[in-house]
Design a protein around this ligand. Structure first.
Ligand SMILES: NC(=O)c1ccc[n+]([C@@H]2O[C@H](COP(=O)([O-])OP(=O)(O)OC[C@H]3O[C@@H](n4cnc5c(N)ncnc54)[C@H](O)[C@@H]3O)[C@@H](O)[C@H]2O)c1
Ligand SMILES: O=c1ccn([C@@H]2O[C@H](COP(=O)(O)OP(=O)(O)O[C@H]3O[C@H](CO)[C@H](O)[C@H](O)[C@H]3O)[C@@H](O)[C@H]2O)c(=O)[nH]1
Length: 371
């Protein structure tokens, strides 16, 4: 740790920039799992995060799992000039951009927050990278950009009709990245459209630990399983699906993290903008998921079917063939493993309310070679 405050960048250890990957939002749910996969693939990781939705203790968990502590800078990607200073100092070979906000409901109440953090934050990152060299980015997009499907499974060329400010912010960033790549022959971007990431690292040390009452199904089920919440509300039992509940394509977060390493290889090898669905291709209903989680955890999971949640699409799942063909990636882990790993994290993990965030810093490196 060094003596500078959040937002400042101080000199530090020597790092080979050609293997250094900047991970924005790296202490978050998907980012933390991806840090571990990157380290296991031989990359050095620099996390930047403002800890607005994560905890600094995640760095300890990453180190415990991988044996290596990421470099870390705490700060807001929107702070004027801050990302420029970080990129100028570390000169990473590429960035994986997770930092953002992700609640569909909140995006309807506070759309400007979504356009500011998700859109302006992405612009700030690409500008900072472009000022220092070739902009190379793996971007966290979402299946929510598709909206109501015309046909299933969803292919990448399906029309984009997002139904929330959150979805529109992700679509705008994809369009911006495509324009940057069209105008700058050095730019290289892969946008990954995640379907529904769930599960946790097999160690139980990393997982989805949202602060406050969870909005998403699996974190909510975890709180029912560990007794923090009494019963699940299943939103809608009258959809045109086999059991009347919504169908989604749940993908294990470690499979998703591995997709980022494959996407990074793609970004480091050729310019241009490419888009891939990251899912299993299998649709699972809410009630099927509740059954799988109950079986994996051994817990009784009481639920009540209530009104539909506004904005929910009845059924969607991916065609993941493009990622298989081009990235040589496919999901390997099944629903039982997703639920068992998710439960291990909530059963073994530290309750989020006990994990108090505290700023921490490691010294910034002296860079040996540009990426
Ligand atoms: N989890 C999902 O279901 C899902 C699905 C599709 C896409 N995504 C996208 O993937 C990305 C990661 O999602 P996640 O589930 O890991 O979310 P998360 O909230 O766990 O992680 C996001 C991280 O970004 C950080 N952050 C937010 N605003 C920041 C800012 N202004 N400056 C610096 N750091 C900031 C947060 O502190 C957090 O650690 C997001 O962009 C999200 O929209 C998530
Ligand atoms: O307490 C709950 C929570 C959810 N659900 C249901 O469970 C299913 C999954 O809901 P989630 O909130 O877990 O996930 P979503 O499919 O709504 O959306 C998630 O995945 C999308 C991509 O597929 C977007 O990225 C979005 O940001 C992310 O939250 C839905 O049918 C929802 O109605 C319940 O029945 N009860």
């Amino acid at each position: 740790m060094n003596a500078v405050g959040p937002g400042a960048v101080a000199p530090g250890p020597v790092v080979d920039a050609s293997r250094l990957i900047l991970v924005t939002g790296g202490t978050g749910y998907i980012g933390s799992h991806t840090c571990v996969c990157l380290q296991q693939a031989g990359f050095r990781v620099l996390v930047v995060d403002d800890l607005s939705n994560s905890n600094v203790a995640v760095l300890d968990a990453i180190e415990s799992v991988s044996g290596e502590r990421p470099l870390f800078e705490q700060g807001d990607i929107l702070a004027p000039g801050w990302l420029d200073a970080i990129v100028a100092r570390y000169r990473p070979a590429a960035a994986i951009h997770f930092a953002g906000v992700k609640s569909v409901g909140e995006s309807s109440r506070d759309p400007l927050r979504y356009y500011a953090i998700n859109v302006a934050g992405s612009i700030a990152l690409v500008q900072a990278l472009a000022r220092q060299g070739d902009p190379r980015v793996v971007f966290s997009s979402s299946a929510t950009v598709y909206g109501e499907p015309d046909s299933l499974p969803l292919r990448e060329d399906h029309p984009l009709r997002p139904e929330s400010a959150y979805g529109r912010s992700k679509m705008m960033v994809e369009l911006m990245l495509a324009d940057v790549c069209a105008s700058d022959g050095r730019a290289s971007v892969v946008s990954l459209r995640y379907f529904n990431p769930i599960g946790a690292h097999g160690s139980g040390q990393l997982g989805d630990s949202p602060l406050g009452e969870p909005e998403n199904l699996v974190p909510y089920l975890g709180r029912v399983a560990n007794g923090t919440l009494k019963r699940l509300r299943v939103f809608g039992g009258d959809y045109p699906t086999p059991d009347g509940t919504c169908v989604r394509d749940y993908v294990h977060v470690v499979d998703l993290a591995e997709a980022h390493v494959a996407a990074l290889d793609c970004v480091l090898s050729a310019p241009g903008h490419r888009v891939f669905n990251i899912g299993t291709g299998v649709g699972t209903s809410v009630l099927d998921l509740v059954g799988a989680y109950a079986a994996a955890s051994g817990c009784e999971l009481p639920y009540t079917i209530v009104e539909r949640r506004p904005g929910d699409v009845a059924c969607f799942y991916a065609d993941p063939q493009a990622a298989r063909d081009t990235l040589q990636w496919h999901a390997k882990r099944g629903l039982g493993e997703m639920c068992a790993d998710a439960y291990r994290h909530v059963a073994d993990g530290v309750a989020p309310e006990l994990m108090l965030a505290a700023p921490t810093h490691v010294p910034a490196p002296q860079v040996t070679a540009a990426g």
